[in-house]
Design a protein around this ligand. Sequence first.
Ligand code: HEM
Length: 216
Amino acid sequence: MRASWRQILVSGFGGLVLVVVVLQSRDIGLANMYGDYIVEHSGLWAIRFLLISLLMTPLNTLLGWRWAIGLRKTAGLWAFGFALLHFVRYLSGVIKVIDLQLFRQDYVVLGLVALGILTAMALTSHRFAMKRMGKRWKQLHRLVYAAGIVMMVHALVAYANTKRAFMGDQRVTVEVLIYLAALVVLLMVRVRFIREAVGQIRGQLKMGDAPATPHS
Ligand code: HEM
């Protein structure tokens, strides 16, 4: 199947973000006194791309933008890519500088659970797996919401352990809490009665826009 221009745009954006994160890490220094630039920013971009991916279904169901469905996978794969970069970068730090005791931290376990779900989803994101897995495919891909919640709790706890948080810099905490609220809203719009209510409001708005029928 050929990629649409929208998919190319999302992929191009993901690539651009990746280049900017890597280039900025060179300017700022890979590991500054506050932590590792790539670990910090790839983690946040993984969350942002996951939210972009989850936004696509409501754009289709609530607004009727069918093209949005095609972007779910592209954005989801970028979320996985950034999460993998975050993990690999962290791992290289653990092996070189820190010690393996860090793997016992609760937030690291949460991060591994979220990454495990994203990995399973990325590996089964093609048509062949979808056909072979049947019902189980849907069940597996529903776990994306659990992954979203787990990764945000991971980010909040991990950040609370960083030097920046101790120094009173709470920007990441505020940002992740906003993402968590957005995730809850995205979950709620999947609930049937909320979907139906939005559908009714849209229908009424459309009727309001329609030109009045002339009296005979
Ligand atoms: C889907 C998977 C994951 C996501 C979305 C994610 C996201 C994040 C975010 C947003 C932060 C806060 C960044 C900041 O300080 O500005 C963070 C911190 C951190 N994460 Fe993850 N993470 C994931 C998986 C993992 C895994 C698997 C590990 C390690 C095994 C890990 C290790 C860490 C560490 C050590 C920090 C603290 C970094 C620091 O010193 O600032 N993460 N993560």
